[in-house]
Write a protein that binds this ligand. Structure first.
Ligand code: NAD
Ligand code: UD1
Length: 338
């Protein structure tokens, strides 16, 4: 079975490609390197032990997609490609809507022309309304997004669902990720933000390695265990395995759209995360309590029942392992792939 992986040079895509090859799938990767480096693909090939095809294209280009689908007999698409920085999406909404919506539309359209009937889509916990009760289930309310990035994920889910309903032969699995952290155990690939990290784990790692002076803890007056924000941090390698489970599910349950939350089911506060990192690595992380970040919520974690029952998937790696693997990547690559 051949899987077409858009955004396969990125953080989650590269880890997933390795898992796909390990599980016997053939892989074709496409990326425009707008937020990644070719070195990531080189290392992914080394770790996978396989020289899979790579196309440097913009996924919004349906003509190029069509060419690739003529060359390769694709059974399933995993659509990771997208812009993902929340703050940037507020400043440049049109770039976000253009890239994330057009890529999804071009992909679905090319898939239709070439009779490719399975798609796994990278969505996010950000599609849930901020006022839901925790833990979030797949039936929790969506919408009310606080930024354009979130809306692009919400809209892409709708575009995919409408297309599935219209064609009657498409199978879509929408995966709503919680907070992926960690890196491949080799320390060869990992998360490599191009600018100042928005997400907490790369910020912690870059502070530990001396690239940042201190971590700003965004508020200690939230209604949580220690006043700092609580999130559901899952190891990226577990998340990668979630995609393998999703492909299996799609092939065994054809036609229709299925939605799954992928997370650990456990909430961890910012201070708990910093402590776990320090304990796992022996490296201290200087920190200062600062103002709350606009748009943040106190707590966000998932219920895990649906993914366990239907995908047969749950996280296996611990928070400590995720911290140790993040550090292994960061200390061996203090400046990322550069
Ligand atoms: P990433 O930026 O590391 O990877 C995305 C990849 O897509 C990059 O390599 C980028 O160059 C590529 N890309 C972007 N637009 C493209 C286009 N038009 N054509 C071709 N390639 C393009 O991000 P990631 O963390 O690996 O995230 C993967 C997906 O998962 C994204 O859709 C993201 O929104 C979603 N997601 C990520 C998180 C997270 O915390 N990392 C959480 C929830 C959802
Ligand atoms: C972010 C995105 C969300 C996306 C999710 C997973 C924002 C506003 N939201 O959410 O759309 O789905 O990642 O990729 O960016 N924190 C600090 N200091 C920092 C950075 C973060 O204290 O320097 C805190 C935050 O306040 C939060 C926690 O750490 O409590 C996690 O933050 P982050 O990694 O940005 O993830 P999310 O807020 O869950």
């Amino acid at each position: 079975m051949t899987i077409f992986v858009t955004g396969g040079a990125g953080y989650i895509g590269s880890h997933t490609v390795i898992k796909l090859v390990e599980n016997g799938y053939d892989v074709v990767v496409a990326d425009n390197f707008s937020n990644s480096k070719k070195e990531a693909v080189k290392r992914t090939r080394e770790l996978a032990g396989k020289d899979f095809p790579l196309y440097e294209i913009d996924i919004c280009n349906e003509r190029m997609l069509s060419k690739i689908f003529t060359i390769h007999d694709i059974d399933c698409v995993i659509h990771f490609a997208g812009l993902k920085a929340v703050g940037e999406s507020v400043e440049k909404p049109l770039e976000y809507y253009k890239n994330n919506l057009n890529s999804t539309i071009a992909l679905l359209s090319a898939m239709k022309s070439h009779n490719i009937n399975n798609i796994i889509f990278s969505s996010s916990a950000t599609v849930y309304r901020p006022d839901n009760k925790m833990p979030l289930t797949e039936d929790s309310l969506t919408g009310g997004c606080t930024n354009p990035y979130g809306w692009t994920k919400f809209m892409c889910e709708q575009i995919i669902t409408d297309t599935v309903n219209a064609t009657g032969r498409l199978t879509a699995v929408v995966l709503r990720y919680f907070n992926p952290i960690g890196a491949h155990e080799s320390g060869r690939i990992g998360e490599d933000p191009q600018d100042t990290p928005n997400n907490i784990m790369p910020y912690i790692a870059q502070t530990a390695v001396g690239r940042r002076e201190f971590l700003s803890v965004f508020g200690d007056d939230w209604d949580t265990v220690d006043g700092t924000g609580v999130r559901d941090y899952l190891h990226v390698v577990d998340l990668a395995e979630g995609h393998v489970a999703a492909i299996k599910y799609a092939t065994e349950n054809p036609n229709g759209t299925s939605i799954f939350n992928l997370g650990t089911g456990k909430g961890v506060s910012v201070l708990e995360l910093v402590t776990a990192f320090e304990e796992a690595t022996g490296v201290s992380v200087p920190r200062k309590i600062t103002q709350r970040r606009p748009g943040d919520i106190a707590t966000c974690y998932t219920a895990t029942g649906k993914a366990k029952e239907l995908l047969g998937w749950e996280t296996k790696k611990t928070l400590k392992e995720a911290c140790a693997d993040t550090w292994n990547w960061q200390k061996n690559n203090p400046n990322g792939y550069v």
